[in-house]
Design a protein around this ligand. Structure first.
Ligand code: SF4
Length: 340
């Protein structure tokens, strides 16, 4: 669970029950600074004159605000829309796309006007009937470490349990899901756990839950009948990578319940980066050992108009062959959604 160093409450936010409940949960904790904003400039309340410090202080800051624009962003190809519950993440994964995406605002924002957000979700669903509309709850965040006190996922899962034409999905590197295990989900929410080898987690995924804890949480969700899957990402090629990823897959297999309601899904994504991301990562993590040597990668133009450095074709083919063979061999009731 994310315990912030400071919590910043937007002006007039306490009229929302989520905001006042968060205040009640933390107000007696002397170690947490509580700030009630008088202006709308969050950044004024977060110390640091340079990106390195702002990033670290921002990652310890929780902002409670409202989602002003209820126009949802598209979220292709994994869903139709992003569902804006939370923005940002307490983790400090060195390769994280949020490092670029959230610029110099790495703080965690929780939107307290959840009822309005879910009403808007209903309108999006109704607009596409008879098609099913899929919403992604972790497009710009990891919503799980704040769940014990926001209950935003819980309310959203309950909302989707009654949506015949709507589905919800989210992905996490955390394990604070106990409040979600016993709620009525009606199979309308899919949960994926992002995992990697111990080596990669240790080197690059600072401040996240251990792989064992993520797998344990995945098993609890699968046993509770949720459609469950694993995102193995980013895949790195390094000495012993095949042995270590094989060990990871075997560990998942050894812990899986005998019978699952839905096939276990896999999404496999190899490591890639943009030039903007690389510059930003080097600024925030000057000692990073992330492999980002452009000479060793291929440059690939993406659908959003900017290119990425990806592994060369032979390496990608090796990754694809390795994961499809191993998953096929180890798991019975499974679906590989993609390997890229
Ligand atoms: Fe980014 Fe996910 Fe790591 Fe959070 S846990 S820093 S969202 S990669």
């Amino acid at each position: 669970m994310f315990i912030p160093k400071r919590i910043i409450f937007e002006k007039d936010i306490l009229k929302y029950p989520m905001a006042s409940e968060i205040l009640n949960s933390f107000k007696d904790n002397k170690g947490i600074e509580i700030i009630h904003m008088t202006s709308n400039r969050f950044k004024e309340y977060i110390p640091g004159n340079d990106l390195y410090t702002q990033f670290r202080e921002g990652k310890k800051t929780l902002v409670i605000d409202t989602k002003k624009s209820l126009k949802f962003q598209s979220c292709k190809p994994s869903a139709h829309y992003q569902l804006p519950l939370v923005t940002g993440c307490m983790g400090q994964c060195e390769y994280c796309y949020l490092n670029t995406n959230l610029g110099d605002k790495p703080f965690i924002r929780v939107h307290a006007n959840l009822d309005e957000i879910l009403n808007q979700t209903k309108l999006y669903i109704q607009g596409r009937i008879p098609e099913t509309t899929i919403f992604e709850g972790a497009a710009t965040s990891d919503p799980v470490p704040v769940e014990p006190y926001t209950h935003a996922l819980e309310s959203t899962i309950k909302f989707f349990s009654e949506q015949k034409y709507g589905k919800f999905r989210f992905v996490t590197k955390y394990n604070d899901i106990d409040g979600l295990v016993n709620i009525a989900h009606n199979g309308r929410t899919e949960v994926r756990f992002s995992i990697n080898t111990a080596n990669i987690i240790h080197q690059y995924e600072n401040g996240t839950a251990s792989c064992e804890k993520r797998i344990e949480a995945a098993i609890k969700m699968a046993e509770a009948g949720y459609p469950t899957g694993f995102l193995i990402a980013p895949i790195f090629i390094y000495p012993n990578w095949k042995e270590e990823y094989q060990e990871l897959l075997n560990m998942v297999k050894s812990k899986l319940p005998k019978k699952m309601k839905y096939p276990l899904t896999f999404e496999i994504i190899s490591h890639r980066y943009t030039s903007i991301a690389k510059n930003r990562i080097l600024e925030v993590f000057p000692n990073t050992k992330l492999p980002m040597n452009n000479e060793e990668r291929n440059y690939k133009y993406g659908q959003f108009g900017y290119g990425k450095y990806v592994y060369p074709k032979d390496d990608l083919n090796e990754i694809k062959a390795f994961f499809s063979n191993e998953i096929e061999k180890i798991f019975i009731d499974k679906e590989i959604k993609y390997i890229i």
